[in-house]
Design a binder for this molecule. Structure first.
Ligand code: HAM
Length: 404
């Protein structure tokens, strides 16, 4: 039997309400914050991700679904949504237009990771990207929007924040860090030893305990920020405090993608195990320029829909819709006509075969219908239908043309 690929999941009807509910809730809230829907392709040139997410990141280095297409182009399935949106922003000359542009999107992302609970190879994100607004108030407003989404979905979280500095302060910090990493090199894991050269900042969030023990005394980014980054970071902290958001400063939060500058944040849940990040994002003021556009400040985030599905309690739905059936085969024409009329306003299940009343009632119950309508011999002669409300147990016979 052919099975879905490892780390890829079907979203069956039993789950899809939760899936759609998350997307609809997040979309509704994003629209209120001024975001418009954008759709970008699942497949992009590999170089887009190399240049944005970063060649030395795990995502690009180890996890891409990359292949040469029939035209000889090096392409890959998108591992994340930001790069494609930035490419679309530049390609459609919105960078030249100036002003503020805000987009939201949702869809599948692909990363060839080691599958485990909460970590898939195909997963879905809902994300937002805001272009043109350099103010840290935009970063804060985005965090508030995510708070609104999670509060509406009834999900608990804490927020981790950090600053990743800018081209003015980061090179100096990097030097300091590299120096320190060389001092402790022998005690670091193989990955970290390699990263000293390729991506020293990533060493900070290594998950190996012995590395973390050595890193306890390593230089801290937020103690090495330039005046402007420091001022923004303090403004953000002040806003988080005055709005009583549940947050902590995490000097080791460096994110797995290389495009961030200044604000970086993650929303984490304590209820879903090791893969606890339910949303992540930050500012990326250099990326538009880096991909060939006019320098444009930007900030964004994405949330992981599958991880959130684990946490959402769906409102109790109750019985819904109408079940229509007959006990006289000649009634099929009337049932089809009636079903079509009723479908203009509600969900209708029709049974095309003759069945006993008991069998119809059982079928309606299994489908979770609120009402059942049956045409038996007597009803057919009288041009009527028997209706029962399966919640209130009320029943009646009415003329078919008066059934509304
Ligand atoms: P990210 O932190 O890589 O950021 O992913 C965002 C969220 O996607 C994570 O917090 C997590 O909930 C979910 N996620 C990531 N990988 C997996 C996986 N393998 N299985 C299930 N869920 C996963 C980004 O992708 C950035 N593009 C966010 C962003 C937008 N930054 C600026 N704008």
């Amino acid at each position: 039997m052919i099975q879905a690929l490892r780390g890829m999941k079907d979203i069956l009807p039993s789950d899809n309400e939760r899936f759609i509910y998350i997307i609809e809730t997040a979309s509704r809230i994003a629209k209120r914050y001024g975001y418009d829907y954008i759709e970008t392709p699942l497949l992009e040139e590999t170089s887009l991700f190399k240049r944005s997410v970063g060649e030395s990141s795990d995502i690009v280095g180890k996890e891409m679904y990359q292949f040469i297409d029939k035209g000889g182009h090096d392409v890959c399935l998108r591992p994340e949504g930001t790069a494609g949106v930035v490419r679309a922003f530049i390609q459609n000359k919105l960078d030249k237009k100036g002003g503020i542009h805000r987009f939201y999107y949702h869809g599948p992302m692909f990363r060839y990771e080691r599958p485990q609970k909460g970590r898939l190879r195909e997963f879905h994100q809902f994300g937002c990207e805001s272009f043109g607004e350099p103010s840290v108030f935009e970063d804060f407003t985005m965090i508030l929007m995510i708070k609104d989404i999670f509060d509406t979905l009834g999900i608990g979280y804490t927020i981790k924040i950090n600053s990743l500095g800018c081209p003015e302060c980061m090179p100096g910090y990097r030097e300091k860090l590299i120096e320190h990493l060389h001092d402790i090199r022998d005690g670091l894991c193989e990955d970290c030893q390699r990263r000293i050269e390729t991506n020293p900042i990533r060493v900070l969030d290594c998950k190996v305990d012995s590395c973390q023990a050595l890193l306890k005394v390593s230089p801290v980014i937020v103690e090495n920020l330039c005046e402007s980054c420091d001022s923004d970071f303090n403004t953000l902290i002040g806003l988080m405090k005055s709005h009583k958001l549940p947050f902590e400063l995490d000097p080791k939060l460096v994110r797995g993608l290389d495009y961030y500058t200044r604000t970086a944040f993650e929303f984490v849940s304590s209820e879903i195990g090791a893969q606890s990040a339910i949303a992540g994002g930050g500012r990326y003021n250099r990326l538009v320029e880096f991909l060939g556009g006019k320098p444009t400040p930007a900030v964004g985030f994405a949330l992981g829909i599958e991880r959130i599905m684990e946490l959402v309690e769906m409102p109790e739905k109750g019985r819904q819709g109408l079940y229509l059936g007959f006990m006289e085969p000649e009634a099929i024409g009337t049932i089809l006509e009636l079903a079509h009329r009723k479908r203009q306003s509600e969900t209708v299940h029709t049974e095309y075969g003759k069945k006993s009343l008991k069998a119809h009632l059982k079928a309606a119950d299994r489908l979770g219908a609120k009402r059942i309508g049956i045409i038996g011999e007597d009803e057919m002669k009288a041009g009527e239908i028997w209706i029962k409300d399966l919640e209130t147990k009320e029943e009646k016979r009415i003329a078919i043309d008066q059934f509304d």
